[in-house]
Design a protein around this ligand. Structure first.
Ligand SMILES: O=C(O)C1=C[C@@H](OP(=O)(O)O)[C@@H](O)[C@H](O)C1
Ligand SMILES: C=C(OP(=O)(O)O)C(=O)O
Length: 411
């Protein structure tokens, strides 16, 4: 794929059925559980995301140095897996991955009896693993407001520890649905746990064989909601989604009701059609940080103002997402700013704003920047730089946009 693509302004009604890819979050958990359960789990509909392909490859690799590329879940889940293993191994990732913190997880694992050291800067990948010693404690205290991936990683290895594990979460719990997804999947494969208040306990147990069909990706679905909201008219069916989902990003259903999209579930499909919009929304993204970029862009173009909280974790993702979005939305005349500590406001494009076209958007090595900005083509000609970034979670994204009739050409 070339360094940039042009998406021509799309006027007609958007009417199609989208197959979507499946959830990389569910896939990557299911793969680790499968490995920890000695390959008894039968997994169906694994994601085509590069993060999932990477997880699968690394779990069966004998190489000493494992490269997760830019996959946060792979870095955090493989760290817990390798830390409790019996071999000397190393793990690394892209330059950005080596700037995403891992100290909380590495120290928690070392407290348990692992031997992890830093090969570069303290607190960040790359990491060196030496064989696990004996389990030193069965109780750990860990912050709940930095990354839930640390917590999910510890929980998945917990039943394999000789003494099990009790986690005390400190502070507010961010990305809680991802922790629940982990416990629900563990339960599906036979693991009992308790989550009361801020304490999660898992006794030593063996993962059982079972089959599991991965759900379509609600984070990927969010871009279709944005397209439905911004299109002149829309009737879009998204396949493979459950109304009662394990994925916190199914919160897009409620959020988009305020941005003019109605959802109707039918079996494993959801149909998106237009409904009335609101002029202002208050949204807390604590439980669904990956939806933030989608919603910023959609609201900015739709003329809806936003007041938001729960955006702290966006700074340590594939890029500093709030900073990157503030820069890109300014190209539309919209403003994203932190108005007081932890409170963000989005001022949408002024009505009738003149914009010189095509508008060129940068991707910041972040799949969600490219995917969230693309729906702007419902109103303007748009150039997306580094379009290949979408392979991280939704490799078919541009092909699916073409299926919707959007004209995309290489620049
Ligand atoms: O566990 C997971 O699958 C994920 C958890 C979230 O990360 P944080 O818990 O670091 O916010 C989310 O942003 C990420 O895309 C996937
Ligand atoms: C933050 C994300 O992924 P990860 O942390 O797994 O790299 C994401 O997919 O938006």
């Amino acid at each position: 794929m070339s360094d940039a693509i042009l998406l021509k302004k799309h006027d007609p009604k958007v009417e199609l059925t989208v197959p979507l890819t499946s959830s990389k979050s569910e896939s990557n958990r299911a793969l680790l559980i499968q490995k920890l359960g000695h390959d008894q789990a039968a997994l169906d509909n694994l994601s085509t995301a590069r993060d999932t392909v990477t997880m699968k490859r690394l779990l069966s690799s004998d190489e000493e140095m494992l490269d997760v590329l830019d996959a946060g879940t792979v870095m955090r889940f493989m760290t817990a897996y390798l830390a409790t293993g019996s071999q000397s191994r190393k793990i690394t990732g892209t330059p950005r991955m080596c700037k995403r913190p891992i100290k909380i997880l590495a120290e928690a694992l070392n407290d348990l009896g692992a031997n992890i050291s830093y090969l570069g800067e303290e607190g960040y990948p790359p990491l060196q693993f030496e064989p696990f010693g004996t389990q030193k404690t069965e109780e750990l205290t860990i912050p709940g407001n930095i990354s839930s991936q640390y917590i999910s990683a510890l929980l998945m290895i917990a039943p394999t520890l000789p003494k099990g594990l009790t986690l005390q979460l400190e502070g507010e719990i961010y990305s809680r649905p991802y922790i629940e997804m982990t416990l629900n999947l563990m339960k599906h494969f036979g693991i009992e746990s308790s989550f009361e208040g801020k304490t999660i306990s898992v006794k030593p147990q063996a993962y059982q064989g079972n089959s599991y069909t991965i759900e379509s990706d609600w984070s990927g679905a969010s871009y279709w909601y944005s397209i439905a909201a911004l299109a002149s008219d829309a009737d879009i069916t998204l396949k493979g989604l459950r109304e009662k989902s394990n994925q916190g990003d199914s919160a897009i259903v409620q959020i988009m009701e305020g941005l003019g999209v109605k959802s109707e579930f039918d079996g494993d499909s959801v149909r998106l059609t237009p409904c009335e919009i609101q002029s202002h929304l208050d949204i807390d993204f604590k439980s669904c940080p990956d939806l933030a970029q989608t919603v910023f862009v959609c609201a900015a173009v739709k003329g809806v103002s936003l007041k938001m909280t729960g955006l702290e974790s966006l700074r340590i993702k594939e890029t500093d997402r709030t900073a990157a979005m503030a820069t890109e939305l300014a190209k539309l005349g919209a403003k994203l700013e932190e108005t007081s500590a932890g409170v963000w406001e989005l001022t949408p494009m002024p009505a009738g704003q003149e914009v010189s076209q095509p508008i060129t958007f940068d991707s910041y090595d972040d799949h969600r920047m490219a995917m969230a900005l693309a729906p702007v083509c419902m109103h303007y000609d748009v150039i997306i730089n580094e379009p290949e970034v979408v392979v991280k979670s939704y490799p078919e994204y541009w092909d699916h946009l073409k299926m919707a009739g959007i004209q995309i050409s290489e620049k």
